[in-house]
Design a protein around this ligand. Structure first.
Ligand SMILES: C[S@@+](CC[C@H](N)C(=O)[O-])C[C@H]1O[C@@H](n2cnc3c(N)ncnc32)[C@H](O)[C@@H]1O
Length: 255
């Protein structure tokens, strides 16, 4: 097997045991075909989801907050923003994008309502906003980790700026949350794999990882993560509890 094929297989396996990543990919894949025209990715990081939207849009522009982006781990970054700005006023004219997406960003700004107002401002009439937000998720990117969101908060925030929510997709249920917590603990606290994950292009928005991977734990940790991955998926189907979830994907249209 060639190295790129091995790397692809390793990435697919790590996506599968990482519930957050696999659910973000699944929910974004569902809504990506609704994207069109000029697309703006607000807080794009290293644009990990560009490939899902590219087939449907004419242009893909990524913008980042210079202050928070510069704190992040540049070494693993394969791609980056087209523009940076001060995190206040998006550097674009009113109504210039048909689609605006913002993936796992609203928890990282101390003023989320202002950022939604800015996204609404740059959307064309009838433009589509796609937001992915956390509900139950560990602290990350500290100290820039401020909020978690419910669907009701998202409806209220969007409605305030002339956006009506069309669809809300949850990222799994209670067992997904539990499975994600256990697998995160095994990967990062038991096997200390943060550096390995960063070398694979993951956790790119976290600070550089310290410490050496505890490779001797892998014969236990890898099968345990796979069983947790399987068990949580089965339990989430047969005993679904929607009152907990990793987060939500929300689509909204400008009225
Ligand atoms: C968890 S990362 C997500 C990055 C990328 N969207 C992804 O899904 O991989 C959060 C990102 O939000 C950015 N960010 C924080 N406040 C922002 C703001 N006001 N405007 C734009 N981006 C912002 C940070 O710089 C960081 O790259």
């Amino acid at each position: 097997m060639q190295i790129p094929a091995l790397a692809r297989a390793a990435r697919a396996a790590s996506n599968w045991v990482d519930f957050e990543k696999s659910w973000i990919l699944e929910t974004l894949s569902k809504v990506a075909p609704q994207a069109r025209g000029r697309l703006l990715d607000v807080g794009c990081g290293d644009k990990p989801y560009e490939f899902l939207f590219r087939p449907y849009v004419d242009e893909y522009v990524g913008v980042e907050n210079v202050a928070t982006f510069e704190l992040t781990h540049a070494a693993s970054r394969a791609a980056g923003p087209d523009l940076t700005y001060d995190g206040n006023r998006l550097p674009f004219e009113d109504k210039t994008f048909d689609t605006v997406i913002s993936i796992q960003v609203l928890e990282h700004t101390p003023r989320p309502a202002e950022l939604i107002a800015e996204m609404a401002r740059v959307l064309t009439d009838d433009g589509l906003l796609i937001l992915s937000v956390p509900f139950s998720y560990r602290l990350h990117e500290e100290p820039h980790d401020y909020y978690r969101y419910t669907p009701h908060a998202m409806r209220e925030l969007c409605g305030r700026f002339g956006l009506s929510v069309q669809e809300v997709l949850a990222r799994g249920g209670l067992f997904t949350v539990m499975g994600h917590q256990i697998n995160t603990f095994l990967a990062y606290h038991v096997a200390n794999l943060e550096g390995v994950a960063q070398s694979m292009g993951r956790l790119g928005h976290e600070g550089a990882a310290n410490g050496v991977a505890r490779l001797w734990t892998l014969p236990l940790v890898v099968p345990a993560m796979a069983w947790v991955g399987l068990g949580a998926r089965v339990l989430d189907r047969v005993l679904h509890d929607p009152t907990d979830t990793l987060g939500f994907l929300v689509t909204a249209r400008r009225n």
